[in-house]
Ligand binder design. Structure first.
Ligand code: AMP
Ligand code: TRP
Length: 327
């Protein structure tokens, strides 16, 4: 069975974008792959975080994964910071990554522009991500389009390493979802719906109340044409609503377009809101159940035991190849 690995950062509350672009893909793939899903909490601290909120979010995130259909019987679920091999391997990979290739990462360029004091960790973040992936010999890494470049870097590092020290890493490939690849901000549909945005009006969080969800969707920015069709350039707002509907209903974009072509924007928004509300309320009900018990703690404990064993083996093999460690 091929191995698949992905992580969702606890850097903010999970959004409809994280669900459609991230978690839902993992739910679909768990049937076919040996799936590893983890909370990359070390990645979260590349930008400032409040310690209490961060800790809370880690538990909430795992409970949300489970509520969204991640099955602990089919997935290895763990917390990055508990497994010391991730950062150890990351250092070794840093020493095998060129400044030139690391400097090409567009996410760093974007994120560093928004910070006053840019942490070195924000720059080396893709290399830690490569360690997350290579440590477990993942074949596939399901990610949104914005993370594709990072998976490609992991791929390049693996190929170089294999060439330099004999085959040791599985060369991973990104898996990009076909529809709903990018859910946009409802207030500015030319920007991604991002959980790290400070203005939350255009973002639907998985734990938003029904009232808030409806309000945000009804207030979504559209255009003045009042004709429903998909055109990402001319009609980013309407296209985004059609994309959300398509992703949650499992209908094709052109089927959704056909269904709503005679509707006005208000009625379309109401139908999108109904679908988002029913999807999210079902998730929230399960989430409350997972938060109440010890399920999350137990799953992470089990995940740590299992991944520590796998990671240790790989790490020891790497040390051996490069001439480090016990003599
Ligand atoms: P993030 O929530 O930005 O940490 O990203 C977690 C995963 O979900 C990544 O694979 C992202 O590419 C994906 N993702 C996050 N936001 C969106 C979005 N608005 N549309 C599509 N995918 C997203
Ligand atoms: N950087 C990813 C994000 O921001 C999260 C992540 C960290 C990840 N390590 C990973 C995703 C390894 C896939 C594989 O979404």
């Amino acid at each position: 069975m091929k191995r698949l690995l992905t992580g969702l950062q606890p850097s903010g509350e999970l959004t409809l974008g994280s669900l459609i672009g991230g978690i839902r893909q993992s739910v679909a793939f768990q049937e076919e792959y040996d799936s590893f899903i983890f909370v990359p909490d070390l990645h979260a601290i590349t930008v400032p975080q409040d310690p209490t909120l961060l800790r809370e979010r880690i538990k909430k995130n795992v409970a949300l994964y489970l509520a969204c259909g991640i099955d602990p019987a089919k997935n290895t679920i763990y917390l990055q910071s508990q497994n010391l091999y991730h950062t150890n391997l990351s250092w070794i990979l840093e020493c095998n990554t060129y400044m030139g290739e690391a400097s090409r990462m567009t996410q760093f360029k974007d994120k560093s522009k928004k910070q006053q004091n840019v942490a070195v960790g924000l720059f080396t973040y893709p290399i830690l991500m490569a360690a997350d992936i290579l440590l477990y010999d993942a074949d596939f890494v399901p990610v949104g389009i914005d993370q594709k470049q990072h998976v490609e870097l992991a791929r390049d590092i693996a190929i170089r390493f294999n060439h330099k020290y004999e085959d040791i890493f599985t060369v991973p490939a990104p898996l990009i979802p076909e529809i709903g690849a990018k859910i946009m901000n409802l207030q500015d549909p030319t920007r991604k719906m991002s959980k790290s945005d400070t203005d939350t009006k255009g973002i639907i969080f998985l734990l938003d109340s029904e009232e808030v969800i409806r309000k945000k969707i009804m207030a979504a920015v559209t255009d003045s044409e009042n004709k429903v069709y998909y055109d990402i350039e001319k009609k980013p707002g309407i296209s985004n609503l059609l994309t959300i509907y398509s992703a949650l209903s499992h209908m094709k974009i052109n089927e959704v377009e056909e269904k709503y072509k005679e509707y006005n924007y208000g009625t379309l928004k109401k139908e999108v809101a109904d679908l988002v509300v029913s999807t999210l309320l079902a998730i929230q009900k399960k989430y409350q159940e997972f938060m109440a018990g010890k399920v999350v703690e137990n799953i992470l404990k089990e995940g740590l035991l299992k991944t520590n064993k796998i990671a240790k083996e790989k790490y020891d093999a790497v040390l051996e190849k490069i001439g480090l460690g016990r003599v």
